[in-house]
Design a protein around this ligand. Structure first.
Ligand code: C2E
Ligand code: CA
Ligand code: CA
Length: 777
């Protein structure tokens, strides 16, 4: 991984590139130096060859001069002259021979005044020389001070001629010397230049009779003839200077050759040195940039590691290299700042995600996590848990009436009270949302959870007071236990909530989860389908319970109550299925069924004459259904009955669930002509003053107070003051749950308007009800 990183790293690419450039520059310099050396060497050699050529010519000249002097010596010889004069042929011949061999001449001859040969002394045969002498003489005769080269048998000879005077010219002495190896060796020794004589005879054959060249180049020269400028041999290049010698009997060229390599040799060392310096420089550069790269890549790698840590969400490891003063240091510092900032933001986000801002309590997510953890903790034996859920009553109302700021303070106060009720530091109080709170109790069974719930209820008994406002606190509390009521955290939470809703419905302080509350439990689901079945297959029955006037008012009234004629279970009372129906929303179908039944009954000729007024119960779901008034109007229209024949019973809590919408619907229903009644009055918390705002006609005192009148003076007091207050507000008062004659009598005295109860009649099937009302009194 590190190597891959290195291979792709920017720095290494930069280093590589600059190394390459460095090498290129060095190579170019090298090439230029080499070319310059070569050029200089050639120029130098050309100069040397100029000199060589001069020297060579001078040597030939000197040779000729030496010959001439020798010849002049012979010509001055008295004996020789007299022999010539006397025509003593023998003497001439012997003098020529002696003298010629003394000065090393190959040819020594005496010519007559007409240039004819009179005598010749020769080391070789005459045949070859005969032609040569003939050719040599004319030019020498023209210029007696010069010399003449002639090729004889492929060998060049140098000839000179001096006059023989006595004192007039009586003849000529001609001498010839071979231009041969010693001369070449002398030049070679003197100038360290190679010399070769290339001779082309009259027949065109080329020969190299004289040469100082080693055998290889010599052979090449013999093969290829005179080179133009340079001779390329396997051993190197020889620069050549060809000097054409004025000759007869064939062509003679003297070649002067100098080796380029020899001249360059000293510079070669310089080049090797240069190459070593270059290599060393490149190595040094590589090491240097490697170190720089190391200094760069190490911090870069640590920055990389830091980003990886950040992406894993680790914000607490500070960055390295922040103390450096260079760009890397700047980068590291701003990176570190970023790390700190992101860390802070993360903490804030986590706080927002897991904590409730208003109360400072953990929120639903955090609470759920805690429950999940508690369930997952591997304790043995298994430690039971309990989750309490709590929903403040009438909170929406408080918000609407007293304002949101007040509502917020109320929630904070509740949070504080709840926290005080939790004893173990492990336990957790959380705000699940709105006015819903939850408590997680470790190592707690149902009894312990129930105790905590009771303590909370007790702590709520003190009303909250701020800004001159006092608010009574109350809440529905439900709880569920693990492992008894649920297997996992989510089910535990939702069952605790279900228990809480049940507690609110039943107005009981605290309830443990029971499958019967649960619209999602299998038990309930099957019940629901059974209920649907019941409506479709006419298993529901309409029962009527009479409401009688206590002061001889005319007319007949009754409350419509539903019964379920179950094929197996027999007659099922409403409390066993209405709560489910309310939870699931199915109650709306039930209400419509009930309306349909009651409307049919009111349209029945048997009741038309009475006339009958029927009270029908509405639940929260009905009240919050925006279509309710249309649906009811539709039914009335179909059966041709008036809305005024109906009284709609609504509980306080149904109104308080969403007071604004409830109020709007109540207004519409009232405008339609329905009478409205507050059912179970006294069990809720609504003040009469508040109810007065609603278009209500009747108040139904809850049966718990009515039934308690006989035994408890408190209840009697409540009943009495309720009746008085209701009357003051212009409402009719009905007492339900009248079970004895004594109570009935007391109610009459208290000026209660109507009564309903077992003492008068139990809820009856329609026929029985009609029979009951027609009984003789
Ligand atoms: P509720 O509206 O308060 O109805 C009065 C209940 O008191 C009825 O119980 C009635 O039988 C009972 N009751 C009447 N007189 C006496 C008495 O002297 N002593 C005692 N102990 N009880 C008496 P029921 O019929 O069992 O109905 C229970 C509840 O079921 C009702 O309470 C009502 O809330 C609900 N309910 C019944 N029928 C319907 C319906 O058609 N629609 C809706 N939404 N709810 C219904
Ligand atoms: Ca009722
Ligand atoms: Ca009631």
């Amino acid at each position: 991984m590190q190597w891959r990183l290195l291979r792709h790293s920017l720095i290494l690419r930069l280093v590589g590139l600059s190394l390459l450039l460095l090498l290129l520059v060095q190579a170019a310099g090298f090439a230029v130096v080499r070319a310059t050396i070569d050029r200089n060497a050639r120029a130098q050699i050309a100069q040397a060859l100029d000199l060589d050529e001069n020297v060579w010519r001078r040597l030939l000249e000197q040779n000729a001069e030496k010959l001439r002097q020798g010849s002049a010596l012979l010509a001055a010889d008295y004996g020789f002259r007299s022999a010539v004069n006397s025509g003593d042929e023998d003497t001439i011949q012997s003098v020529l021979e002696n003298h010629g061999s003394r000065i090393g001449a190959t040819v020594a001859a005496l010519l007559g005044t007409g240039m004819e040969v009179r005598a010749v002394s020769l080391t070789g045969s005459m045949n070859a020389f005969a032609d040569a002498l003939r050719d040599v003489v004319p030019p020498l005769a023209v210029q007696p001070q010069g010399s003449q080269i002639a090729v004889v048998d492929g060998v060049p000879y140098q000839f000179v001629m001096v006059p023989l005077r006595a004192p007039v010219v009586i003849g000529w002495v001609l001498m010839g010397f071979p231009v041969n190896q010693p001369l070449a060796d002398e030049v070679r020794q003197l100038l360290s230049v190679h010399v070769a004589l290339v001779v082309t005879d009259a027949g065109g054959a080329t020969k190299v009779p004289v040469s100082t060249l080693p055998p290889g180049p010599l052979a090449q020269l013999q093969r290829e003839g005179v080179p133009s400028g340079e001779l390329q041999t396997p051993d190197g290049t020889l620069l050549a200077r060809a000097i054409r010698l004025d000759s007869v009997g064939g062509d003679v060229q003297a070649l002067l050759l100098r080796s380029v390599e020899e001249v360059i040799a000293p510079y070669r060392q310089l080049q090797v040195l240069l190459a070593i310096i270059t290599v060393a420089g490149v190595l040094l550069f590589a090491v240097g940039t490697g170190l720089v790269a190391q200094r760069l890549t190490t911090p870069l790698r640590s920055l990389l590691a830091a980003t990886q840590r950040l992406s894993r969400g680790e914000y607490d490891v500070p960055l390295d290299h922040t103390r450096r003063t260079d760009e890397i240091g700047n980068l590291a510092r701003s990176f570190d700042l970023m790390r700190v900032d992101i860390g802070a933001q993360q903490t804030e986000i986590r706080r927002l995600a897991y904590w409730d801002r208003l109360t400072g309590l953990p929120n639903r997510e955090r609470f759920r996590d805690a429950v999940v953890q508690a369930i997952a903790s591997p304790a043995s034996p298994v430690q039971p848990l309990a989750v309490l859920t709590l929903d403040l009553d009438r909170f929406k109302h408080v918000n609407d009436v007293l304002g949101y700021a007040f509502g917020d303070r109320l929630l904070q106060a509740v949070a504080e009270r709840l926290s005080q009720q939790v004893r173990s530091p492990d336990d957790m109080v959380a705000r699940l949302g709105g006015n819903e709170f939850a408590i997680l109790l470790h190592r707690a069974d149902a009894a312990a959870a129930h105790d905590v719930a009771l303590r909370i209820n007790q702590s709520f008994e003190d009303p909250l007071a701020f800004e001159d406002q006092t608010v009574d606190l109350s809440a529905g509390i439900g709880f569920a236990c693990w492992p008894g009521d649920a297997d996992d955290a989510d089910t535990l939470l939702s069952r605790s909530e279900i228990a809480m809703y049940a507690a609110k419905r039943k107005l009981s302080g605290a309830l443990q989860y029971d499958a019967a509350f649960d619209s999602t439990s299998t038990q309930t689901l099957s019940l629901l389908s059974e209920l649907r079945h019941a409506v479709e297959h006419h298993e529901l029955r309409l029962y009527l319970q009479p409401k009688v006037g206590l002061h001889g008012q005319p007319g007949l009234a009754a409350e419509a109550l539903v019964r379920w004629q179950h094929p197996q279970r027999g007659l099922v009372p409403p409390m066993q299925f209405i709560p489910f129906a309310e939870q699931t929303g199915f109650v709306r179908h039930l209400t419509l069924w009930m309306f349909e039944e009651v409307a049919r009954l009111l349209a029945d000729p048997r009741t038309r004459a009475l006339p009958l007024r029927v009270s029908v119960n509405l639940s929260t779901r009905d009240l919050l259904d925006p279509e309710l008034s249309h649906r009811l109007a539709d039914i009335l229209l179909r059966h041709g009955v008036a809305a005024s024949a109906f009284c709609l019973e609504i509980t306080e809590s149904a109104i308080m669930d969403d007071p604004q919408r409830a109020e709007a619907m109540l207004n519409r229903l009232s405008e339609q002509g329905f009478k409205l009644s507050i059912d179970d009055f006294g069990t809720g918390y609504s003040s009469l003053a508040y109810l007065k705002r609603l278009p209500v006609d009747e108040l139904k005192i809850d049966k718990s107070f009515v039934m308690g009148m006989e035994t408890g003076e408190d209840d009697a007091m409540i009943v009495r003051s309720t009746i008085d207050l209701a009357h003051n507000l212009g409402l009719t008062v009905v007492a339900e749950g009248v079970e004895t004659a004594a109570i009935l009598e007391r109610l009459r005295i208290l000026a209660c308007d109507e009564a309903q109860g077992y003492h008068i009649a139990r809820p009856l099937p329609v026929d029985d009800f009609l029979a009951w009302q027609a009984r003789p009194r």
